[in-house]
Design a binder for this molecule. Structure first.
Ligand code: TXE
Length: 481
């Protein structure tokens, strides 16, 4: 039984409450440990430590900060197997996925921002012969970082690395559902030589520890990834304190397949974009739109590939689909399948808990990959984020109709477009209301590009220099000549 403590000022400390939350392995339903149930006092102690460390960290030369961050990346790499194992146990995700996506991306996040700060430039504006303006970018102080359970280490490092690379210190609050890799990361930052107080990690529920961070007057900046409803609460608390806020929220992403697409590739990638991480990725393409003339052929092939997915023990290297994060979440996703039936949809495949699971995971929170047809775009299942292995398929007649369907939700995070017609690809990409449009691919991430959502999918952009801009404040110095 692993007990996860807070990491404050370079030390592992129990929460002030003395209470712990059970940590459940979603694949078995068994308790595998517990994590600190922190509240405002713990967050305050972490903020004090971070503010103290900021004084010298902000003055640490970029080359030295870079060296330390690269050391963290190296240590994640050295502990690759253990981290993949922890991520899989904690979140129910297939170990193969943790090895392919989660841990490599955590390494990349640290390496990327460690080197990015060595290439940062600032602007200079010359006002005729009267003045010279230059811009200084300075860190803000204590960054509040709140991350979710679906890609725990991937998203936590996506926030910690740019925050501290830019010279801030941070208080991170990982999801209470997946504390294990954050806990290992804390130890690795210590081993790497990151000074005490630069990285602080406080575990606990969103309603207490999370809110203490978003409403803390000494935390001028919040980077949040999570659900849209929670994002609104973060905004409501941070707004009156005029904090800088970046929100990466939910998605209901369209995946549009035109008749001239390479169907083989479109099917193979759509299987990933529909069901990777059990559909628990904000970028998953949960609404598939297929041009009518190839609809039947595409759906046939797609259903065939769906049925071949192996659902089972996440620890088995051949498993494609693991367990959903919690039992309530499983029930919520099942509720959407039921709602789809009531709304007149047809379940083409899946829709139920799998039978014949290996004994070790017989009590886990599994749901078969599910494909639903026959729903109107305005139905709730087509409008709300399900966040499970559930995808809808809908035929369309023209690019205009596909665009209208794509834009028919309050979300705008990402989209995929499948076509071999270059002009159509550019035209449709420009018309879709989303922060990212992938053409003939999905989840291909260059860390330099702006990443974020339109509409209710978020606020602001992170990635590359956009992240470094977010984690610093621009100051204009105007010198009269
Ligand atoms: O996420 P929450 P939940 C979506 C998905 C999912 C839904 C709810 O649709 O079904 O959100 O998931 C912390 N102040 N996504 O409830 O609550 C919380 O402790 C400050 C999309 O699990 O948003 C955790 O650390 N913090 C998504 C983090 O916020 C608060 C990923 C995210 O949890 C808080 C996850 C509060 N009031 C869910 N309440 C994505 N965009 O990838 C909670 N938290």
């Amino acid at each position: 039984m692993k007990r996860v403590l807070n990491f404050i000022d370079g030390q592992f400390r129990p929460p002030c409450s003395g209470r712990y939350l059970p940590n459940v392995n979603p694949a078995t339903g068994g308790v595998i440990g517990e994590s600190a149930e922190s509240g405002p006092e713990d967050v305050d102690a972490a903020v004090v430590a971070a503010a103290r460390a900021f004084d010298s960290w902000r003055r640490t030369p970029a080359e030295e900060r870079s060296r330390l961050l690269i050391r963290v990346a190296d240590l994640i790499e050295e502990n690759f197997d253990e981290l993949a194992q922890l991520e899989s146990e904690d979140g129910g995700k297939p170990i193969a996925l943790a090895r392919r996506i989660d841990v490599p991306r955590a390494i990349r996040n640290f390496r990327f921002f460690a080197t990015a700060i060595l290439h940062a430039e600032t602007a200079c504006h010359i006002t005729d012969d009267r003045a010279l303006n230059y811009t200084i970018r300075q860190p803000l102080g204590v960054a509040g970082l709140i991350s979710p359970w679906n890609l725990p280490l991937y998203l936590l490092t996506w926030k910690i690395a740019p925050a501290i690379a830019a010279g801030n210190c941070c208080v991170a609050k990982p999801s209470e559902l997946t504390p294990l890799t954050a806990d290992r990361l804390a130890a690795l930052t210590l081993e790497a030589g990151i000074p005490p107080g630069v990285v602080n990690i406080v575990h606990g529920p969103g309603g207490s520890a999370g809110r203490a961070l978003t409403s803390h007057p000494k935390v001028p900046l919040i980077s949040f990834t999570g659900g849209t409803k929670t994002g609104a609460d973060v905004m409501a608390r941070a707004g009156p304190l005029f904090k800088k806020v970046s929100l990466e929220l939910g998605g209901k992403n369209p995946n549009i397949v035109f008749a001239d697409a390479d169907l083989e590739q479109a099917v193979a990638t759509s299987i990933q974009s529909s069901f990777a991480n059990q559909g628990e990725i904000c970028l998953c393409g949960s609404r598939l739109f297929v041009e009518k003339t190839v609809y039947e052929e595409f759906v046939d092939r797609f259903l065939g590939a769906t049925k071949k997915l192996r659902i089972g023990d996440p620890q088995d290297a051949t498993t494609d689909v693991g367990a959903l994060i919690t039992e309530p979440h499983l029930r919520k996703v099942e509720g959407y399948v039921e709602l789809a039936r009531e709304e007149g949809g047809t379940i083409l495949v899946g829709g139920k808990r799998p039978e014949n699971l290996p004994e070790r995971v017989a009590d886990g929170y599994f749901l078969e990959p599910t494909v639903i047809a026959g729903l109107d775009c305005q139905r709730r299942v087509m409008q709300e984020e399900v966040f499970g292995p559930v995808v809808t398929v809908t035929p369309f007649d023209s690019p205009e109709e596909a665009i209208a369907y794509a834009n028919s939700t309050r979300y705008g995070l990402s989209a995929s477009v499948w076509t071999q017609d270059l002009q159509k690809a550019h035209r449709v990409a420009a018309a879709i209301e989303s922060g990212t449009v992938w053409v003939n691919t999905w989840l291909l991430r260059d860390l330099r590009v702006p990443f974020g959502g339109m509409k209710e999918s978020g606020l602001g952009r992170e990635g590359g220099f956009e992240s470094l801009d977010f984690f610093t404040e621009a100051k204009n110095v105007c010198v009269k000549l």
